[in-house]
Write a protein that binds this ligand. Sequence first.
Ligand code: IPM
Ligand code: MG
Length: 352
Amino acid sequence: MNFNITLLPGDGIGPEVVAEAVRVLDFIASKYKHTFEYKERLMGGCSIDKHGSSLTDETLADCQSADAVLLGAVGGPKWDDPTAKDRPERGLLALRKGLGVFANLRPVKVHPALMEWSPLKPEKLQGVDILVVRELTGGLYFGFPKGRDVKDGRERAVDTLEYYDYEVRRVMELAFKLARGRKKKVTSVDKANVLESSRLWRQIAIKVGAENPDVELEHTLVDTASMRLITGPAWMDVVVTENMFGDILTDEASVLAGSMGMLPSASLGASGVGLYEPIHGSAPDIAGKGIANPIGTILSTAMMLRHSFKLEAEAAAIENAVDQTITDGARTADIGGKLSTKQMADEIIKRL
Ligand code: IPM
Ligand code: MG
């Protein structure tokens, strides 16, 4: 089959990890007789430098017309000026919004051979298999009003946490659907004891829960959830939460897996174009050295094959090859080894 993929390598280590993920995709294409056609575009800081905008209309259009988008990472100290008009992260948010990808799936699994790399005790990590479903196009990241002004002679900054009922419902329904193919348990994370938006969130969770009686629903306040992720992560199955809580909780959850470099993500919406990216950032400290862990991005391509292209066997082949590679002891620096980004990808391709 034929698929069009827009590549947005981005900044920092983004281009290094995306290049290796593309080699994995090319291997899959030749082995399983598919054709993947790529368009590579600038997004993030590199796009600000070249085009004066973190996401141009043309690049957004090239993403909207693709079957899927593979993104590396955006950002870096060069573009960190808090007074700058545009920022690399703005491009990423505009892309998520422009693709309408309202649900960000972040699976967190712990490979037994990497348990020693987590600061948690191995017995806490046994059986951890969590899928965080993070709402991605609403909440504090996008609400209005937003900005700076001077009020009563004082400088003021405002962000707004806003949710419509339909935004909560669609991500909640997806969480329940995904839970049905897993351990049939949904943990809805909110701050309903304080925030009005969280009370709406919880009410809708209860309604959707009642419509899906075969799936167990529990509610947890976000502060408690952050603690339970560390004290008892194995009891969690699908965790569904609003945009910013999900951002914070998934960085925390990545610690369970031993390294942020291991974790993939898929962002899905109604339009059908999926956005796939590792959860890690641009890692400016190691950019250009060729030592970044490509696994998060490679596993993101597996999610692309599964969710956007419906190529389940090919997706599973990549996941199994990554598992085996780790079992066999291949390690990049973040998980205590010396392999380069390219060598790690070679090891995975060898096992495909
Ligand atoms: C993530 C990142 C982004 C986010 C940044 C780069 C805007 O932290 O994907 O988790 O906050 O969503
Ligand atoms: Mg984040």
